[in-house]
Design a protein around this ligand. Sequence first.
Ligand SMILES: [Zn+2]
Length: 384
Amino acid sequence: MAPASPKIVDYQQHLPRSFKKRLRKSNRYIVLHSTESGLRSALRTLSRRGHSNYLVARNGTIYRILDKKYRSHHAGLSMWNGLRDISSHSIGIELVGYHNDPFTASQYESLKWLIEVLQRVYKIPDRHVLEHYRVAYGRPNRWVKRLHRGRKKDPGVFNFSRARAGLTSEDPRNSILYDPDVRAGRLIPDPDIDIARVRLVDRGRYDIEVAQLSENVITRRNTAWRIARGEYDDPMTVYRFPNGTVMRGNQIRNWDRIPVGTKVYLNRDRTEDVQAVTAAVPVIIQGTTAFDIAGTAYRRSDTYYIFPTGTIKSGRQVRHWNRIPPGTRVLVRYNAPVALNSAGRQAVRRDDTVFLVPRSEVLVAASVPDASRLAGGTLVFTRK
Ligand SMILES: [Zn+2]
């Protein structure tokens, strides 16, 4: 029995009046993306310029951003099998989410349904349904000296499952390890694909390598390019240095001097987005998500959410991720809270210790001259 068709919302009325709809040159491919943002922000940015044909929300709802027959500018600088400008030859589908965070079961169900419909209409084989990271390529930069794969990471070498999207053809060209342009010497490979290969021979080493790359923190190996790829010097990429200084990618001149431990935040167009993550105690604002602040740690038991009402939940206890109210504070890698009078004196003095004063005021130790004077009932969170 065919599965019920998912809910489809026609969103085309949100395209600007000035947007010119034009037909594609061909319908050879489907390209899959992840938004690297939440639903609200994705709908806003994709409709602004018709940058996708479809968007699949975390609950499986499909938004039609631009009718399937029109060209949407979604692939950017791209090439597949020698053919360039893949946006002119493909339908673009975005998944709400991040390249390093699993998509939901509802998303895979809806995506599978949508891909099958489009495959029937346009006669597109599984091997021509391609992840954005596979078709994007980059010009030489300070880390990669030649034309290269790896300009994009979405929807995730280690994250997106072709099988769950119904792409199960056994044709060897249906594998993410297949790249006709690397094979022909037109491009050098994406380093993440080398790690994907490790999975076949050494699962333990693979898991360690993936874990090392999943944090958006600069290490000797996890460079600004490995994290942000083609957007490393983009104004929307924000760097927070260990000393607390914040810079946008386009403001950085000396890439050799980025200290280890610098945190990288992607997709930060507005000032509030930057303040949300760089505040002493990061806070969720309208349009940002828990993932934007905590990264892959957002669901962990040592990530704490302090709601504006004063309610505390760990990442394991939150059920409705799309209902976290703005103003919620996020503590990543903290110990469970204890009462002020049972917290050790040392712990209370550390700058990154956080106090939750009754009536839900949140204070960071660095700004509290004398913690012993805080109200009774104050809770203390210490960093792990
Ligand atoms: Zn993309």
